[in-house]
Each structure stands twice: as C-alpha cells, then as structure tokens.
Design a protein around this ligand. Structure first.
Ligand code: ADP
Ligand code: MG
Length: 246
C-alpha cells in the first residue's frame, strides 16, 4: 500500500435512521479497529447499504454517531469526508463519457486539489497497482465488469482514504470475474486498510474478515470472528440465513 495511506478506526454508535417513515436502521453500533476488515452480511432490505451510506454521510442519521479515530464525522465537511472514506458500489458508478484515466484524475483534482500533472501521475500509479495502466485511455464501457470495478477501486484509493467501504462490489460481475476483484480487496485488507465489506461471498467473509456482522431488520443481530460466526452461530435467524446461503 502506498505510503500516503493512514487508515483509522471506524465506529458507529446506536445509529437510527428512518426513510419515508420506515425505521431502516434501529440502533446500529459497529466497531472496526484500524487495519481490520468487517464483513457485513444479511438479507436484502436489512439496512446494509443504508448503514454504509450513513457512514460516509450520503445519509444523515436521525440519532447516534459515526466516528473516525474516535471523532464524530457528523460535523465534518462532506467533501473532506468523501476523501477520507472511499466507497465502491455494485454498479461501479464510473463516468461513462470519460477515459479511465480521467475518471481518476477528476476527483484527484477536485477533491485533493492536485495539479493536472500531479493528478495524471497519481492516477497512472494507482492504475499500475490494479494492473490496468494499459487501459488508461479507454472508455469504461470498453472494459469488462471486473476491470471496471478495479478502476472504481483505484479511483477510490487514489484519494488516499482512511477507510474503504464496499457495497456488494462483486454482485454485478460475471462469476469468472469475481475472483480478481475479491483478490484485490483481500490484498488491500492484508496491507492494513480499514474496511467494511457488505458481501454475499461467504468464502470471502470467512477468509478475509477479522469480524463478521449479521444485519437483520435494521439491527446487528450477531457479530464475531469468522470461525465462531460461521461454525457456532447463536441466533436462530443467523442459523437459518446461513443454512439458506451456504
Ligand atoms: P440492504 O442493502 O440490506 O438490501 P437497504 O439499506 O438498501 O438494504 O434498505 C433497507 C430498507 O430501507 C429496505 O426495506 C428499503 O426498502 C428501505 N429504503 C431504502 N431506501 C429508502 C427510501 N429512500 N425510502 C423509503 N425506504 C427506503
Ligand atoms: Mg444493499
């Protein structure tokens, strides 16, 4: 991991959030020590995406707090926070009309204020790290889904985030492309990034997570280290969920 990375701890404290009158998060507390990977699993509609969106202030909690290194982010400038917390979505969210390189240089210039030359240099370095330097001039639509997702990850990493959030980053990929993206995420975790990974990939959760959390109906019903979580789940809801997906 390049030296500009300085991962920090992440926590949410009793976060509540209603959307359109529905209580979507009902007191969610998570703790991710610096450099650790938390995998979040759970049924569709349980609030996983909403939790990630609350962490980087795409949504504001009604109650509770979000802390980076022990300090609340709720009063921070959202633009600063976008730099500090990288997010990768299921649908890549690349700018289709811009080259791969410009997809990286644009946020570098806007959010980090780099000069054109410095942004190009940083973008190329980051593309090297995900093995896609040779695609710098291509439009995203010319790349495979797996390559597009690696570009999206490179774009987030180029901003030197302190935390990375992944929301079902491999769910839209053809099966043969999943492994490369999961491998990149696992490497990043091993290099010491602080990460929250929402995923359906149970094998990834088992092998790459320091802790796994199960969300159900807006709460974290159970969490623990992967061995305990998968081998000895306590709640009947989690046991049923694992029986259905494994
Ligand atoms: P997950 O990512 O676990 O599938 P989400 O966080 O996307 O779950 O959604 C959790 C719940 O919040 C769902 O029941 C969804 O219908 C509801 N929800 C999400 N966005 C809105 C919204 N803008 N207005 C009302 N309800 C919403
Ligand atoms: Mg979701």
């Amino acid at each position: 991991m390049p030296e500009q990375f300085s991962p920090v701890s992440l926590a949410t404290r009793d976060v509540h959030l209603s959307l359109g009158g529905n209580p979507v998060l009902r007191g969610v507390s998570i703790e991710v020590p610096r450099g650790e990977t938390l995998c979040v699993i759970g049924p569709s509609g349980s609030g996983k995406s909403t939790l990630l969106r609350t962490v980087n202030r795409l949504l504001e909690p009604d109650r509770g707090d979000v802390l980076l290194d022990g300090e609340s982010v709720l009063t921070r400038d959202p633009n600063l926070l976008r730099r500090q917390i990288g997010m990768v979505f299921q649908q890549f969210n690349l700018f289709p009309h811009l080259s791969v390189e410009r997809n990286l240089t644009l946020p570098l210039r806007r959010l980090r204020g780099l000069s054109r030359e410095a942004a190009v240099e940083a973008a190329r370095q980051q593309l090297d790290l995900v093995g896609l330097r040779h695609k710098a001039g291509a439009r995203p639509g010319r790349l495979s889904g797996g390559q597009q997702q690696r570009v999206a990850i490179a774009r987030a990493l180029a901003l030197a985030p302190q935390v990375m959030l992944f929301d079902e980053a491999t769910s839209a990929l053809d099966p043969e492309l999943v492994k490369g993206v999961l491998g990149l995420m696992a490497d990043l975790g091993e290099q010491g990034m602080t990460m929250v990974v929402v995923t359906h990939e149970m094998r990834f959760a088992r092998e790459a997570a320091d802790r796994v959390a199960f969300m159900d109906r807006g709460t974290v019903l159970e969490s623990g280290p992967p061995e305990q979580f998968f081998e000895a789940p306590e709640s009947p809801r989690l046991r049923q969920f694992l029986a259905d997906v494994l």
